[in-house]
Design a binder for this molecule. Structure first.
Ligand code: PLP
Length: 365
């Protein structure tokens, strides 16, 4: 049997007729950018997340960098972010010429909140909390630290649409919650898409103006903005996906509960969930000391896997200028050397998962 690490066609097939009807509706409407589908998606997404305002954007990276830009963060300012984050999180900071200041992750792969205060300096302006692999961060603690030091909080929810701490969804704690709707994400489009949520009316308005060349009224520009508009086709497709998001999350919960119960190989460390928080299981990430041998074993039996992510941002070539060496963040580096994402996708069959579990349990380094 061949098991791909991820299959986007399966989630499409689950609600194929609805996606196709949404596309036709847009194609026939004659309106392709900044129309009714976008406004409807924004209202529906805001309601789902539990935030008063949502603004659709071109990508998740745009959501991040525009958030920092509109919060007034730029050259000379520092933003705290976890050292095992995805590279886009860091680029959202550095596009604005601000400086990322890394802190180690915790055992749940999110920011270790006990390490934040030691990283704060008089240049610190914000904390970027990345809810990695679908798991909610400890936002209550992050907010308390931010309030004490008068810092903005931006949440990177690109992997965590629907994840909660208590009853409250990720994205509603910070000044801005940033989302990606890249096809592989929990709420995936069929192309590029992103969004922000915020409870600040003025800030939401600024995002709407900024994404459209800084214009509120056509051809009258009040600020230097950008072009980052979520198009009507993607908005219409996302409205369908959003209707089914709770089912899709529940399906992933079932798949991951099975992985957690049935993977019994002592050479594999299973993921943990923080008490009081939920995960929407964007990825099922295990750790293995001899990862390369595990990957080879899986591949020999037709089971694919992916490393999220092999190089922590502070060691990537792009950030060599920060002058951080191996050893600066030992835990983040150890994660980069040992993490492995197992096959996981909506529409994964019982037989596919049974086979995957058998192959994993067979591994003996
Ligand atoms: C995907 C992702 C982004 C970037 O989103 P794009 O839509 O690809 O620009 C940012 N942060 C995290 C954590 C992501 O997973």
């Amino acid at each position: 049997m061949n098991i791909a690490p991820m299959r986007l066609d399966r989630a499409y097939q689950l609600h194929q007729a609805q996606y196709e009807a949404a596309c036709l509706r847009v194609l026939r409407s004659g309106r392709y950018v900044l129309g009714e589908e976008l406004s409807a998606f924004e209202a529906e997404f805001a309601a789902y997340i539990g935030s008063p305002y949502a603004v659709g954007l071109g990508t998740g990276l745009d959501a991040l960098w525009i958030a920092f830009r509109l919060l007034g963060i730029g050259a000379g300012d520092e933003v705290i972010v976890q050292a095992n984050a995805y590279i886009a999180c860091v680029m959202g900071i550095t596009i604005n010429n601000a400086t990322p200041v890394f802190v180690e992750p915790d055992e749940y792969y999110n920011m270790d909140t006990e390490k934040i205060e030691a990283a704060i300096t008089d240049k610190t302006k914000a904390i970027l909390a990345v809810h990695l692999y679908g798991q909610a961060s400890d936002m209550e603690t992050i907010l308390a630290v931010a309030q004490k030091h008068n810092l903005s909080v931006v949440e990177d929810c690109a992997q965590s649409h629907g994840a909660k701490q208590g009853e409250r969804m990720m994205g509603t704690f910070g000044n801005v919650g940033c989302f990606s709707m890249y096809p592989s994400k929990m709420l995936g489009a069929f192309g590029e898409a992103g969004a922000i949520v915020t409870d600040a009316e003025t800030l939401a308005g600024d995002f709407r103006v900024f994404r459209n060349y800084g214009s509120e009224k056509r051809y009258y520009n009040k600020m230097i903005g950008t072009n980052s508009r979520l198009d009507e086709l993607q908005a219409a497709l996302l409205r369908v996906r959003l209707l089914h998001l709770d089912e899709l999350i529940a399906e992933r919960e079932r798949l991951c509960a099975r992985y957690r119960d049935e993977i019994t190989n002592a050479h594999i460390i299973l993921p943990k969930i923080r008490p009081g928080c939920s995960s929407v299981w964007h990825q099922f990430v295990v750790r293995s000391e001899e990862r390369e041998r595990l990957i080879e074993h899986l591949a020999a039996k037709g089971v694919g896997s992916i490393i999220h992510y092999p190089v922590p941002p502070h060691l990537s070539e792009a950030y060599a200028y920060l002058g951080l060496r191996r050893g600066s963040f030992p835990l983040a580096e150890a994660y980069a050397d040992t993490v492995l994402s197992l096959p996981l996708y909506n529409g994964m069959t019982e037989a596919e998962q049974t086979y995957t579990i058998e192959v994993i349990n067979d591994y003996n380094p």
